[in-house]
Design a protein around this ligand. Structure first.
Ligand SMILES: [Zn+2]
Length: 394
């Protein structure tokens, strides 16, 4: 015996009584099979309903396609053979809005561009349909959105019909169905007919506004992200708050924020460039004043960072006959060794021996080398060791 699906003909039914046919042991949970149910099981892109069975929360609800039964997953076994089911109303309303909105939007893309929806997913935050095209322009998306909203505003009737597979061809379905036997069809008066088992609105105005929130590419198809009904209101509210915060930060009116933010971004880029120039000039001075003794420049630093260390080493090594050994202690102990063009000391060989002594990873060329992650008590200890090698090499 298959579970009788009350939601097929009464998608607004939220409470029902039913007999327990069987209970299944699902480990720490129980699967309950009822003779009839108003709970929608996950299928056709629409997630399952939630709610309670005799006051116990329904955790999951799915279709066992082999038996035709619907499995209600709950935490504990019902106490009696007769139970009372209660469907979560807000979730059902939301799913009705999203799923019916999808039928309207999908048909709008067919009517305007001939693009038949390949797949549909109703997510917790947004919904998506995939269309068999490479790209969709924002103008195309807007015209499909306009048509869909016009159908909503025309408040067309949405009816449930049952056809059999022999006369399904004449029904003019948006998408061919692989189902056999009796086929449930959702008919949006004069606009769309689709084979579907989902829960839908009675009149299109109940869908509320339909808003496309994004277009992206997905496996050689275009993915249209959209929301309907109450989700649009929440989205608008949050988007408005975000925009308000940004507009206050950049001191502009709400719809001038794009140019105001672009201007701030431009200023930031310029400022970064200027800081770079100034830092470089500061390093020039530091390098010029850097003490070099017997052709050896030694420097132990804290928190200068590898990029600054490399720049400084290069600037000091611009002097003739100089070997530069710098170490910096920040999140890790790093070293940069360099030599001037006229020096014959191989700093990568010194670096290699230093790593052998203190650990760490790195390498380079005879004229410049660097390493990080060294293990020593201080930067000075490392420099002392490397300086000895440099003196031997020079
Ligand atoms: Zn559907």
């Amino acid at each position: 015996m298959k579970t009788e699906r009350l939601y097929y003909d009464e998608p607004y039914l939220l409470e029902f009584d039913a007999e327990v046919v069987e209970t299944l042991d699902l480990g720490d949970r129980v699967g309950v099979i009822l003779d009839r149910t108003a709970f929608y099981p996950t299928s056709g892109g629409q997630p399952n309903d939630t709610g309670t069975i005799d006051g116990v929360a329904l955790v999951d609800c799915y279709d066992d396609e082999k038996s035709g039964n619907i499995i209600h997953v709950v935490a504990e076994k019902p106490r009696s053979g007769r139970v009372h089911g209660q469907v979560d109303a807000a979730r059902r309303t939301d799913h009705r809005q999203q799923h019916s909105g999808q039928h309207v939007l999908s048909q709008a893309f067919v009517e305007l561009f001939g693009w038949a929806t390949v797949s549909f997913h109703l997510g917790a935050v947004t919904c998506t349909i995939d269309l068999p095209v490479d790209s969709i322009s924002s103008d195309q998306a807007a015209s499909a959105e306009d048509l869909a909203n016009r159908i909503v505003q025309e408040n067309r009737a949405v009816s449930i019909r049952y056809l059999n597979q022999d006369n399904i061809a004449e029904a003019g379905l948006r998408k061919a169905t692989e189902r056999t036997g009796e086929i449930r069809v959702i008919d949006i008066s004069g606009f769309d007919r689709s084979a579907c088992g989902g829960t839908h609105v009675r009149m299109t105005h109940e869908i509320g506004p339909i808003l496309i929130t994004g277009i992206s590419r997905a496996k050689k198809q275009a993915r249209v992200e959209f929301i309907c009904g109450n989700r649009v209101l929440r989205h608008a509210r949050e988007a408005n708050r975000a925009l308000e915060t940004i507009s206050q930060t950049v001191s502009s009116s709400l719809f001038d924020t794009p140019s105001a933010v672009a201007a701030v971004w431009g200023d930031l880029q310029q400022a970064r460039k200027r800081i770079e120039d100034l830092e470089s000039r500061l390093l020039d001075h530091e390098a010029a004043a850097f003490q070099v003794k017997d052709g050896l420049a030694l420097g132990a630093f804290r928190d200068r960072g590898i990029e600054t260390l490399k720049l400084l080493a290069a600037k000091i090594a611009a002097r003739p006959a100089t070997v530069v050994l710098l170490a910096d202690q920040s999140d890790q102990l790093r070293i940069v060794f360099a030599r001037s063009a006229d020096s014959v000391v191989d700093v990568s060989a010194i670096l290699k021996k230093t790593i052998e002594q203190f650990g760490g990873r790195g390498g380079g060329r005879p004229n410049v080398a660097q390493a990080g992650g060294l293990n020593a008590l201080s930067a000075e200890t490392i420099l002392e060791f490397a300086a000895k090698l440099a003196r031997q090499a020079g």
